[in-house]
Design a protein around this ligand. Structure first.
Ligand code: CMX
Length: 440
């Protein structure tokens, strides 16, 4: 067994024992009541999922294993000469809870490079789809095609013990993550670069190799990819992509099937597709006004027009966050350093100044501040990644780190099949009537 896997097993066994005691001694502790409004309104705020890798505070933003994004940018290992953290290090942290050394991150990087070969039939599945197919649909089809490689599915069919589930889940997670950049880059080159593919460079780290295979060899872009793939990885367990992966995994569907479920959720415009929608919205704004740098007054009018047409302002609002997303801030800092004069970047910053008070004035939007998707497209465009339909695939490659690390934990902790109770409105009315009688 590799030493990362050993370390994971060690910390997982320890936590499993702690949870056993916790449940024996305090299993009946109430975490709060569920209201009718919560049940009808997207289960907001109901503490009903356990996710070890990260925790979201509505005012402070995400912490990965207790570390904020600024702390991670400082403490996680970097490549030689780099200043942004590597996703390899972040994955080690999510999986084990330990801050990795350079050697740990390097070990993950080598393992992923070694496992990155994608079988030919996966490319054939992608090629079978019309080239006009949305990149997220191609990505999901490719993930399903990769499922033929699942060690978990094979081992389960061979009849393994429950105690071994985590082991095969871990192996699938590592192989799937290793292969995603090649698959994603293939889709990119197929759709936008006349199918002129670029072979992987096994000497590069995961992010740089991904950039290279897409056709971007600029060092600053590689740094952006390291930051991007780190900060999009995880956002605790209740968001659609994380929850869908966890839910499907709870049926013991293998990591490929589970992750694909997460990705079909990420492809929704209220979730990951918002990064595509943001840049479209900004480009429409620029085209409508005939300028790359509309004034704040013009932006304000455009926001009001969007709202009056019954549409959302993409990149703004959040189901949990109530402040500016620190993932937005990290990207803004990167842009301030590397491309402060870019017209679209400046427009993103002007929207940030103008949008919150307008959104707040509607009286119904709970969070008027920008989320992660409000900034990413402008940065990608600056470096020449112009095809916004592809942006959610980048998000998906990153999200694999968080949701697959969590899936390893789900199996290591022996979590059961997820099956919350649903009810009908008739039943709800009966509960309300009963409660009314009790207080009368
Ligand atoms: N523009 C316009 N209206 C918005 C809005 C926005 N950015 N954000 C919320 N609202 C509206 C909601 O649609 C809802 O309207 P109705 O009462 O008419 O249905 C009302 O305000 C209350 O919504 P909320 O409680 O503040 O927000 P939710 O938790 O229901 O939804 C989210 C959260 C993210 C789906 C929503 O803010 C939104 O649609 N934002 C735009 C899309 C976006 O950026 N998504 C990316 C989120 C991050 C990610 O997952 O990647």
């Amino acid at each position: 067994m590799g030493y990362v896997k050993n370390r994971f097993k060690e910390v997982a066994d320890q936590l499993a024992a702690e949870i056993k005691t916790l449940l024996q001694e305090h299993g009946e502790t109430s975490l709060g009541e569920v209201t009718l409004a919560q049940a009808y309104q997207g289960a907001r705020g109901i503490p009903a999922l356990v996710t070890e890798t990260s925790l979201l505070d509505s005012n402070e933003g995400i912490r990965f294993r207790g570390y904020s994004i600024p702390e991670l940018r400082e403490k996680l290992p970097k490549v030689d000469g780099g200043i942004e953290p590597t996703p390899e290090g972040l994955f080690y942290l999510l999986l084990t809870g330990d801050m990795p050394t350079d050697e740990d991150a390097g070990h993950i990087s080598t393992t992923w490079a070694r496992r990155s070969h994608v079988p030919n039939h996966v490319f054939e599945v992608i090629e079978a789809l019309p080239v006009t197919t949305h990149p997220m649909t191609q990505f999901c089809a490719a993930i399903l095609a990769l499922q033929t490689e699942s060690k978990f599915a094979k081992a389960y069919a061979d009849g393994i013990s429950k105690k071994e589930y985590w082991d095969y889940t871990y192996e699938d997670a590592m192989t799937l993550i290793a292969r995603l950049p090649r698959v994603a880059a293939y889709i990119y080159r197929r759709k936008y670069k006349d199918g002129k593919h670029i072979q992987p460079d096994g000497m590069l780290d995961w992010s740089a190799n991904f950039a290279h295979m897409m056709g971007f060899d600029d060092n600053q872009f590689k740094e952006l990819m390291r930051l991007y793939l780190t900060i999009h990885s995880d956002h605790e367990g209740g968001n659609v992509s994380a929850h869908a992966t966890h839910l499907v995994g709870s049926a013991l569907s293998d990591p490929y099937l589970s992750f694909c479920a997460g990705m079909t959720g990420l492809a929704g415009p209220l979730h990951g597709l918002a990064n595509q929608e943001v840049i479209r919205w900004i480009e429409e704004l620029q085209a409508n006004l005939g300028t790359q740098e509309p004034t704040k007054e013009q932006i304000a009018e455009y926001i009001k027009k969007t709202l009056s047409e019954g549409k959302v302002v993409p990149g703004y609002g959040h189901a949990v966050l109530r402040k500016t997303d620190p993932r937005f801030v990290a990207q803004m800092e990167f842009a301030k350093k590397h491309c402060p004069d870019d017209a679209t970047v400046k427009t993103v910053w002007n929207v940030y100044e103008v949008a919150p008070p307008i959104l707040e004035s509607t009286g119904k939007i709970k969070n008027p501040w920008p989320n992660v998707d409000a900034h990413s497209g402008a940065l990608l465009k600056h470096y020449g990644l112009l095809e916004e339909d592809f942006y959610t695939v980048l998000f998906g490659v990153s999200r694999a780190l968080g949701v697959l690390a969590s899936l390893c934990w789900d199996r290591a902790l022996g979590f059961p099949i997820e099956r919350p109770k649903s009810f009908t409105t008739e039943w709800a009315k009966a509960q309300v009537a009963k409660a009314g009688k009790a207080t009368a």
